[in-house]
Design a protein around this ligand. Structure first.
Ligand code: NAD
Ligand code: GLY
Length: 347
């Protein structure tokens, strides 16, 4: 089993990664959940696949599990679903000593994390991510959120889990489109921090569990240095600022989040190479990685997209941070104003 330590002072936890781990995680869960009720928040796709095993393991670990199911999909990251979930949890005589388990992708993870951080002013949280994206990104680092009708992730908290349990075998049931979304985040990690991982991804010579572990390690390092997202953590937004604009413009759901991020990484790197900020040839590597993993390398309607890009929620006044890479494995960020970002997107 691969384990990664997330050493945030006072809130240290471990990430456990192994194929088949869901079926034998009782010993990991025991010290965290023993003698407690465990509200397992999951969704309509994941519950029939993995809830029974989760329930068995929690029971074997000495907890009393019960299930709270939300509709699969981004719409469940809403205040109304949050209220319903909290209500169902409290109807089970839940106390501050009890715990929440997030069993599912990033939607469940963000919603359950937000619930765990606010119910009774905060209860123990365990993340059991079942999508590639949630395994390499959303389950680690403690960002929780729900969406408002005016934007994504606008209400949330920073709240670290007590453990992250990653069973690689859960990916066997994940649709290809969702696998590609996770690959976009993995390519992002290679671009900002690990050139050698990028090479392995291009060769196709690797075990996915090692790649997931490396991404978790990179994210853990970044989060330990900048939990509250005021500096280094912004690197994790490589491809995302433009990606959000792409998603907005094309309509959420039309293009997957991963596809939008993939396009964002290409547009940003195309600009940075042109300006001399990025070593020539880097765009070709990112494009080759995207192509290998079924992700796009560009899109049309760049002039229209430019307007959407200026409306990023992370904009402070007229300025926002963009993330670039000097070369593969070496990400950095800088502030630009809204009109500069619009120019980048326009191309
Ligand atoms: P998701 O949770 O919607 O999962 C994608 C789809 O896969 C859903 O239909 C889900 O039911 C299904 N699914 C999940 N696991 C499965 C499995 N093992 N087998 C079959 N189907 C399965 O989406 P996601 O891509 O995991 O997460 C996206 C969310 O994560 C977004 O809301 C995004 O904002 C958030 N996010 C958060 C962070 C963070 O740091 N908190 C980081 C990145 C993304
Ligand atoms: N996914 C971005 C972050 O965790 O900061």
């Amino acid at each position: 089993m691969r384990t990664i330590d997330v050493n945030i002072p006072g809130r240290e936890y471990k990430i456990y990664i192994e194929g088949g781990l869901l079926g034998r995680c009782a010993s990991i869960l025991g010290p965290i959940v023993k003698g407690r009720k465990a509200a397992v928040i999951t969704d309509t796709n994941v519950a029939p696949l993995y809830y029974e095993e989760m329930e068995r393991q929690l029971s074997a670990a000495g907890a009393s599990p019960f299930k709270v199911v939300v509709e699969a999909g981004e719409n469940s990251k809403s205040l109304s679903v949050f209220e319903r979930v909290c209500g169902e949890i409290m109807e089970n005589d839940f106390s501050r000593a009890d715990c929440v388990v997030a069993l599912g992708g990033g939607v469940v993870g963000d919603l359950a994390g937000f619930a765990a951080s606010t119910i009774l002013r905060g209860v123990t949280l365990v993340q059991v991510p079942t999508t590639l994206l949630s395994q390499v990104d959303s389950s680690v680092g403690g960002k929780t959120a729900v969406n408002l009708s005016c934007g994504k992730n606008l209400v949330g908290t920073f709240y670290q889990p007590s453990a992250v349990i990653i069973d690689m075998d859960t990916l066997s049931t994940l649709p290809q489109r969702e696998m590609a979304c996770g690959m976009a985040e993995i390519i992002k990690y290679a671009a900002i921090r690990d050139k050698e991982m990028g090479e392995r991804l291009l060769d196709g010579d690797y075990e996915l569990a090692d790649i997931v572990a490396r991404c978790c390690e990179i994210k853990a390092e970044i989060v330990v240095n900048d939990e509250r997202d005021t500096g280094e953590r912004m690197l994790l937004n490589f491809g995302h600022t433009i990606g959000h604009a792409v998603e907005n413009y094309y309509g959420y759901g039309t293009l997957s989040h991963g596809a939008a991020v993939a396009i964002g990484m290409c547009i940003m790197t195309e600009y940075a190479e042109k300006m001399g900020y990025t070593k020539k040839g880097t765009l070709d590597i990112i494009k080759a990685l995207n192509e290998k993993y079924g992700l796009p390398t560009g899109c049309g309607h760049r002039a229209e997209l430019a307007g959407a890009a200026g409306h990023d929620k992370k904009r402070k006044g007229d300025s926002l941070s963009i993330v670039l890479v000097r070369e593969m494995g070496d990400g950095y960020y800088m502030k630009v104003n809204k009109s500069a970002l619009e120019d980048i997107v326009r191309g």
